[in-house]
Structure formats: structure tokens, C-alpha cells
Ligand binder design. Sequence first.
Ligand code: ADP
Ligand code: MG
Length: 245
Amino acid sequence: MNGNSLIEVKNLNKSFGDFPVLKNINETINEGEVVSIIGPSGSGKSTFLRCLNLLEQPSSGKVLFEGVNLTDKRVHLDKHRQKIGMVFQLFNMFTHLKVIDNITLTPILQKKVPKKEAEKKACELLERVGLLDKKDSYPGTLSGGQKQRLAIVRALAMEPKVMLFDEPTSALDPEMVKEVLDVIKDLADRGMTIVIVTHEMNFAKEVSDRVLFMADGVIQEKGSARDFFNNPTHPRTIEFLSKVL
Ligand code: ADP
Ligand code: MG
């Protein structure tokens, strides 16, 4: 891990109507860090993650990515967003496109990568996650775990600077959780900056550098993974951990 900040969140507020979901959040994600976000359902974890790439428009505050304020209307958002990969709980594949074409579509269209080059890169990535033999299959024929590995490859094909994961294993059958977490762990080992919302406490403990605990739209407690799990101090954290560990 090095110390350069990649994402800086400053005084971030988000309301849906009159309902405040994120309340003055300040946080910095450094290059190479793996940060897990945990907390009860409805606490604002997904909204926070979606604000990082402006899938949600903050009500106020700033999100700086590589020093550029993404909330500035003059910023060419798509150009910066290309560098922020995202994987959701459930992934929408293009079901009429083969696996390989699902991966190469965006690099070809948005980054003007030549088709041959995009396919070569896609094959390398598929091999890395054990899916090379599926390159000419259609997504509908894949298992949940394979689909999620494909979703990760699809994001990686854009060569992002950071990967955001929103509960990437929550919709999977238990036997498929590990194959997806192993891919994410491998990414972490390769130095990728990762922000992941997860209920997998062992993963948060073992793979992340830092843990953020969200409740009621604020980061109630944060720390190194070790400190966080060994010595939680906030009553809400202690209560939450007592239920999930
Ligand atoms: P989490 O991911 O921690 O479960 P969310 O960020 O999804 O929490 O949601 C936080 C709160 O914001 C919840 O009360 C949810 O109902 C509300 N919320 C999320 N998205 C919307 C939306 N698009 N419109 C209205 N309310 C929303
Ligand atoms: Mg969520």
C-alpha cells in the first residue's frame, strides 16, 4: 500500500426526498488499499458506494477522484468513471452476447481498443479467473459464481484504478461464495485498490486493510481490520459484530 489518496470524500450528504441517508461523511481511500464497508441493512452502504462514482448524485459535498472533483458539473464524468470498476450483487449481462463479447464491448466502444487487442486481454482475464473455456458460451449458461467472476472480468477489462464491490456474493449459493471471494482476494494481492460492501466478516478481517462500520448514514467506527475486529469500541459496532460473528 502506498499513501497516495485515490478517492477523497468531503462533507458528503445524500437525501432521498426529506430523508437523509448519508450524513456529512468524510473519508479517504488510498491507492492500493482494500477497504471493507460493513453495517446493518439500510444504513447507507450502497448509497455511499454509488456516490463514489456518482451513480448517485450527492445532495452536497465533494467526491474527488485522483484529485478531480467529480461533482463539478464541468467535469467530463464518463472519462473518470471508466477508471472506476463496479460489481453489484446481481449482474446484468448482455444475454444475447457471448461471454467474450460481454467483456470486449465497452473497451471497444468507449476506449476505442482494437477488437483483437480487446479479445486478447479478455482471454487473459478469463484465464485468470478460470473461465477461459466459457469464452464462447452465453451468460445464461453460467452458474451464479461464474457470472460474478465474469462481472469482475468485465470491469477489469477497462483497466480501472479502483474496484467497487456491492455485496458481490450475497446473491450466490454458499458453495459459490469462495470462488468469487478468491478472485477478489487475488486482485487485492495484485495491489488493486478495492472498496467492498460485504457481509463476509472473515473476508473483511483477513483481506482488508481497513474496515468502515456504517449505521444510520454515518461511519460510526473505522480502523485497521485487526483493531476493528479485536477492539471495537462503539456500542453499535459491538452490537452488530455480536450478531454477525
Ligand atoms: P444499505 O446498502 O446499507 O442496505 P442503502 O444505501 O441501500 O443501504 O439505503 C439506505 C437508505 O436509503 C434506505 O433507507 C433505503 O430505503 C434508502 N434508499 C436507497 N436508495 C433509495 C432511492 N433510490 N430512493 C429512495 N430511498 C432510497
Ligand atoms: Mg446495500
